[in-house]
Write a protein that binds this ligand. Structure first.
Ligand code: ZN
Length: 286
């Protein structure tokens, strides 16, 4: 749909356009995490691993079910492109489309990240976000979107008329995942999926509906914290776009590392049970 129509509006166009929207997926029926139970165990956490994600590169880490992990801004504003997998079955991975349909375009405190079909279950819960104050700005922008796909060398090639760039998030994730799992880059690439854009500030323009980005409000000391619902393998790229204030898919802008911290709680959240895979029987009516 484009804002400049070439067709003539029908007589009742105004009436049709005035119909109020309804939420596609009313989530009142969705089992919600007991956020207070998760947050009650945050005050006594032991750091068990730290991983630095170098600028314009990616790195992997694992998080046992029942542990937390935090993505920290260090040194300067930087966006991270996050992939998440079931550590023991990488066919189950973050499904940003359904996560978006259930939570909205941007995720935050109390939201759960869902996995791909046929598993479709929460695999991580956001338990703290130091950028929670940002909300939505006057442009409709917010942080931590599940709408962008990841910068990639194919789109860059199209838009730059043949350009070859090897440090897009897609390639960074591919290299890191290949190293982590001992796969060829070709094998690894098929596992790389649409990302949670950690710390990235994005939205859609009101007039043309185009995906926009603007300088991330993140500063060193900020972090986004998750509770691992299942054993997770994380893979994240420190985007070549840096704070994503101007461009990506190049080596032109200033980039910074990100740090991932894995934390072990003294106990599990009261009443928490690991989520089972989806209960649909898979027969599809056959
Ligand atoms: Zn990127």
């Amino acid at each position: 749909m484009k804002p400049h129509a070439i067709t003539e509006a029908p007589a009742d166009a105004a009436t049709r356009k005035a119909v109020k929207p309804v939420i596609c997926y009313p989530v009142e029926g969705l089992p919600r995490p007991d956020l207070a139970a998760y947050r009650a165990i945050r005050d006594d956490l032991e750091t068990v691993d730290r991983v630095i994600v170098p600028p314009r590169e990616a790195a992997c880490w694992t998080v046992p079910s029942g542990h937390f992990f935090r993505i920290h801004s260090v040194e300067g504003p930087q966006v991270g492109d996050l992939n998440l997998f079931n550590a023991s079955n990488v066919e189950e991975r973050l499904y940003t489309g359904k996560t978006r349909a259930l939570n909205g375009t941007h995720v935050g405190l109390g939201d759960q990240l869902f996995s791909s079909f046929p598993y479709l279950r929460p695999i991580a819960t956001i338990t703290h976000d130091t950028l929670d104050w940002y909300g939505f700005d006057e442009f409709g922008g917010s942080v931590h979107d599940v709408i962008g796909t990841r910068c990639d060398p194919y789109t860059h090639n199209l838009l730059s008329h043949g350009g070859q760039y090897h440090h897009c998030c897609h390639s960074n994730l591919t290299r890191a995942f290949a190293r982590e799992r001992g796969l060829s880059p070709k094998e690894a690439e098929r596992h790389i999926h649409d990302v949670l854009n950690v710390f990235m500030c994005t939205g859609f323009t009101r007039d043309t509906g185009q995906y926009f980005m603007k300088a991330s409000p993140v500063r060193p000391g900020d972090y986004l914290e998750f509770f691992a619902e299942i054993d997770l393998l994380g893979c994240m790229s420190a985007c070549p776009g840096g704070d994503c204030s101007s461009e990506h898919s190049s080596d032109k802008v200033v980039c910074h590392p990100l740090e991932v911290e894995v934390l072990k709680p003294k106990r599990l959240p009261a009443g928490w049970v690991p989520p089972a895979v989806n209960g649909y029987d898979g027969s599809h009516g056959l």
